[in-house]
Design a protein around this ligand. Structure first.
Ligand SMILES: Cc1ncc(COP(=O)(O)O)c(C=O)c1O
Length: 333
């Protein structure tokens, strides 16, 4: 895939590890061989998946002569933390619009990413109610900045547009390179599916390099059908941008919505079990909102016999562990 035709910053310092999870595999019966792609170890303050997308989005901002960034997310957004982190590196001011998606959960003294927004020095934080039109809210902020003589660049929530999703097409190519080097065949890949850029980019990337790996997304908020539609739409846009001459179809997109629980960011028993299993068997810290629920899906699918016996299954760890510190009560038994 020809990524060089697009502006791109080089935030990655080589490949993230792709490693076996032998103890977790045994704990789940030993019939399935589990592997993990450690995108939680990507560079950028406290790591996580957005760095791959921001290589393209922030490069696009700089190519458009932006002098500040406006973006949005939930009040504990990993995307906002990492956009702020890379804005600092590029010496761009970063303005955050933060949605209180579960009413009553905003606490100005919160831990986790919210605390890190202050440490990293967000230029402004605007807290808005659940259901606010986030695109309009970012546009309002950008207009205010323009009126002050600034040149803002808006990065959408999760950096999930065709520019950002290319970062996960890069990741697919990286994974295939690693598998070839390790002489390892992976049949299934599990990814968290939120604002959809990670899932879409991975589908497009696997298509672009003929990876022949089944990809399943584990939803973190939406129902199956609307999420599959979102992922498909973004995958088609990303494939067009990358000029991939293979059609992305609805058959390429599979989402599971059984692990969301009561809603986005609301703790579930299966998430707590998954976070503890990864920590206690593999010393890997997940997060309660994305990778923890995705891992709950992985564990349940293994237990249910969803994967044929002897399969090699790869889990994409997208990071987010700072948010664990906002959920300490959920883990006190
Ligand atoms: C830690 C973590 N994992 C997974 C995701 C989901 O990725 P995407 O929004 O690209 O679907 C996010 C999104 O914010 C995240 O912060």
């Amino acid at each position: 895939m020809k990524f060089t035709q697009f502006p791109r910053r080089q935030y990655l310092k080589g490949n993230t590890p792709l490693e076996a999870m032998p103890r977790l595999s045994v704990a789940l019966g030993g019939d399935i061989n589990l592997f993990v792609k450690r995108d939680d170890l990507l560079p950028g303050a406290a790591g996580g998946n957005k760095t791959r997308k921001l290589e393209f989005c922030i490069a696009d901002a700089l190519a458009n002569n932006a002098d500040c960034i406006v973006t949005c997310g939930a009040i504990q957004s990993n995307h906002c933390r990492l956009t702020l982190s890379w804005s600092n590196v590029e010496q761009l001011d970063c303005h955050l619009i933060l949605e209180e998606r579960v009413s009553g959960t905003y606490d100005k003294n919160a831990s986790g990413n919210h605390f890190l927004y202050d440490v990293l020095g967000a230029k402004s934080k605007t807290i808005v109610d659940a259901g606010t039109d986030m695109v309009a809210a970012m546009e309002t902020k950008a207009s205010e900045l323009r009126a002050e003589g600034k040149s803002p660049y808006i990065i959408p929530g999760g950096a999930s547009n065709a520019i950002g999703a290319m970062g996960y097409a890069v990741c697919a190519e990286e994974i295939m390179g690693q598998l070839n080097e390790m002489q390892l065949n992976i049949e299934h890949l599990i990814v968290p599916s939120g604002s959809a850029g990670t899932h879409s980019g991975m589908v497009v990337g696997m298509l672009g390099c003929s990876g022949n790996v089944d990809i399943s997304g584990i939803n973190v908020s939406k129902k199956k059908q609307p999420q599959e539609a979102n992922v498909l739409k973004l995958a088609i846009e990303t494939a067009e941008k990358l000029e991939i001459h293979k059609e992305v179809t609805a058959n390429d997109i599979v989402c599971f919505d059984e692990y969301v629980g009561e809603g986005y960011s609301v703790a579930t028993d299966s998430m707590i079990e998954a976070v503890e299993m990864f920590a206690q068997h593999e010393s890997i810290l997940l997060d309660p909102v994305y990778s923890g629920k995705a891992a709950a899906g992985l564990i349940d699918l293994v237990r249910k016999g969803h994967f044929p016996s002897g399969s090699n299954v790869l889990f994409l760890h997208t990071g987010g562990s700072p948010v664990l510190f906002q959920y300490m009560d959920s883990f006190r038994h």
